[in-house]
Design a protein around this ligand. Structure first.
Ligand code: PGA
Length: 250
């Protein structure tokens, strides 16, 4: 019922020339995908990547957005700037932003609000650290992160956002949550959404898994009923790996 969405998070990788080369290579490999395909690229690559993906089934995403419309916020980008650059999706609240750049649940909510207002689709990242899982806090933590991020949105707006469940201990580590762990925690997130916005909205929200997703584990994860796609870091930087993930159902 929910169309899967597979998004690459390139992080701070690929110059404009490297970015064009990667999407050129990717384009034919993913053209028959049965899911939404997104590449979230560094802002300096927007124009190079847009030129290559025009008319294809690959959609452009960004990795962050500021919450103000404009003003004295050196180094930041507004939702309108992203929109006019052809961006459709934007990652918000990635654990690296939370860890290294002081992102909080409150600023995540402000960014989500700005993105939705501008017509961008947010990919909202939530997830627990290793010690939080070990202490048994995973469920209330991800539910809390999710509900704070969505505060102020209407049910209709919520039904259109994407949430990425990314256990922090699985990002870039080669460790993956088991299929069952990922499914269970994503179920907790969906239940939290249902509690606040109703089951109908919760049934529409697409919730991805992220954290060392790769060609060898995508099938098992995607076979889980709650998992609607993936947010892919390392493996999105190679056309062969990313396309194998996108084509998980072949
Ligand atoms: P990874 O990154 O696939 O390299 O673990 C995922 C992410 O950070 O979104």
């Amino acid at each position: 019922m929910r169309r899967p969405v597979i998004a690459g998070n390139w992080k701070m990788n690929k110059t404009p020339a490297e970015a064009s080369a990667l999407v050129e290579e990717l384009k034919p490999l993913v053209k028959e995908a049965n899911c939404d395909v997104v590449v979230c690229v560094p802002a300096v690559d927007f124009s190079a990547v847009s030129a290559v993906i025009e008319g294809s089934n690959i959609h452009l995403g960004a990795q962050n957005v500021h919450f103000k419309d404009s003003g004295a916020y050196t180094g930041e980008l507004s939702a309108a700037m992203l929109k006019e650059s052809g961006v459709e999706y934007v990652i918000i609240g990635h654990s690296e932003r939370r860890q290294y750049f002081g992102e909080t649940d409150a600023t995540v909510n402000q960014r989500v609000t700005a993105a939705v207002k501008a017509g961008l689709k947010p990919i909202i990242c939530v997830g627990e650290k290793k010690e939080e899982r070990e202490a048994g806090y995973t469920d209330p933590l991800v539910a809390y992160q999710t509900l704070i991020a969505l505060t102020g949105l209407t049910g209709e707006e919520v039904s259109d956002v994407i949430i990425a469940y990314e256990p922090v201990w699985a990002i870039g580590t080669g460790l993956t949550a088991t299929d069952e762990q990922a499914n269970e925690t994503i179920g907790v997130i969906r239940k939290a959404v249902a509690g606040q916005y109703g089951q109908e909205v919760a049934d529409k929200v697409r919730i991805q898994y992220g954290g060392s997703m790769k060609p060898s584990n995508v099938k098992g994860l995607m076979a889980q009923p709650e998992i609607d796609g993936g947010l892919i870091g390392g493996a999105s930087l190679k056309a062969a790996d990313f396309s194998a993930i996108v084509n998980f159902d072949r």
